[in-house]
Structure formats: C-alpha cells, structure tokens
Ligand binder design. Sequence first.
Ligand code: IPD
Ligand code: CA
Ligand code: CA
Length: 263
Amino acid sequence: MELNLITEHVCKISKEVGLFIKEEYNKLKKEDIITKSQNSLVTYVDKMAEKKIIDFLSRLIPDSGFIAEENTSVKRSETYNWIIDPLDGTTNFIHGIPNYAVSIALIHQKTVLVGVVYEPNRDELFYAWRQGGAFLNERPIQVSSTKKITNALVATGFPYYDFERLESYMNVLKWLMQNSRGIRRIGSAAIDLAYVACGRFDAFYEYSLQPWDVAAGALIVMEAGGSVNDFSGTENYLFGKEIMASNKKIGPKLLQEIKLAFQ
Ligand code: IPD
Ligand code: CA
Ligand code: CA
C-alpha cells in the first residue's frame, strides 16, 4: 500500500480514538487513575484507546508489530512496526487540561515512514508521510522562518522522574529565559513537535522521552522543513531519549547551548 493511503487510514483511526478519549473524560472517576511509576499515570481510557488503535492497525498491515506505551500488544516485527502513544498528555487529561493527543507512527527498521498526531480538543490533525510533506487538516504546513533565538518561542518538557541531568537541563532553561522570546511547557511532546512543524513554536527540546512520545511528531517536523536531532546533534532521537527539534535557522545556536550544558 502507498504511504499516502496508509496515512489516510491512520488519520481515520486517530480521529476516531481522539474523539473517544474526549468523550470518556466526563466518565472518568478518581479510582480510574493508576500510578505506573513516579508521576507516570494511566487510566482505562489510555488502555482502551490503545487496543482500538492496535486492532485497526493489525488489520491494515497484518504482519506489522507494535511498540506501544501501554503494552497491550507485544508483537514485534523485523520490518514494519507501529509506534503508538494512545494518549500523549495523560496528566493533562486527568486534570481536565485540554492539551493531549493521539500519536501514531509507522517505522521500517529505524526509519519513520508515517506520522499522525491528533489533538481532539482543537480538532487538529497533523500528519506526514516520508517525502510527502506535512499537513494540518489537509493544508500543507511549514516550520517558522524565525532567524534569531531572541525572537523564538521555545517548547520543552520538564523532567519529572529522571533528575540525573536536572542541572544541565536547568542551565539551558536559564539561558533560554534570558535569550529567547519565551518558553512553554504544554505537557504533550507530540503536540510540542506538531506545533514546531506548523510554526507556532520555533523549537522544542526534552530528555528522557520514549519513542512513542516523539516518532510521529519528529517526522511531521522534518517533512515541514525542520530538523530533529539528539543533544549531540546526531540522528539518535527516536530511541536515544534526547530530542531537539527546530526550524533549521535557530537550530545551530540552540544545539550549541544544549551541548555546552549537557557535555
Ligand atoms: C508525556 C508527555 C509530556 C512529557 C512526558 C511524557 P504521557 O507523555 O509527552 O509532555 O513531558 O515526558 O511522558 O505520559 O502523557 O503519554
Ligand atoms: Ca507520551
Ligand atoms: Ca501516553
């Protein structure tokens, strides 16, 4: 199947599941919230959403495998795997904050082929396929054209369980407070990346993320003309637990500061 067609199918299931998540919010009870580990929460909504996605995708590409946050399938493939975060922004979801998203990517070995991020509360569907461009609700999108970091709005995610590199992280944050237009912490890495892709944010960086937080969004950024790398400037951002994304213009300066702090 062509990548654009696969993307269409993935868009369909992302929307369906996004709307399911939104509806379930009104039924959520305190006892539905389970703590997986420090500050990592899950509900039956995350799990049901993931099952719905996996059920649909296993029929779309029957031999494909899954790398999915809630582990509702452990089937892996040597070739094609889906990387799924059924609900990116669970803490927001639980607290009634509207920023959360469904994030689905298809990879072939380590190359991302398709990426879809759907934000149900804004009805915004971001998607891209390799060498096909990036789109928001059917319109092509591009990263911003901001040239100077002093004019840049930068997104990040605060460390919440892995505090080993907190000091380095804080040094970058301090530098950005003094040298950028501002910093935002939305609470969903998938949305942060999608917003870099459409030019709302000029850059994003975070450490200790998992592949399901970044796979879809990273492809969307690259297809929108941006760059994505780890904190050393290499391409190991999918499984390497460090990611920096930007419009290509302010990337080098931000990377320089990140390298300085994290070396
Ligand atoms: C989280 C969000 C958040 C980021 C965390 C992720 P989850 O994902 O992407 O923005 O800071 O590191 O774990 O747990 O809500 O799927
Ligand atoms: Ca996530
Ligand atoms: Ca999640």
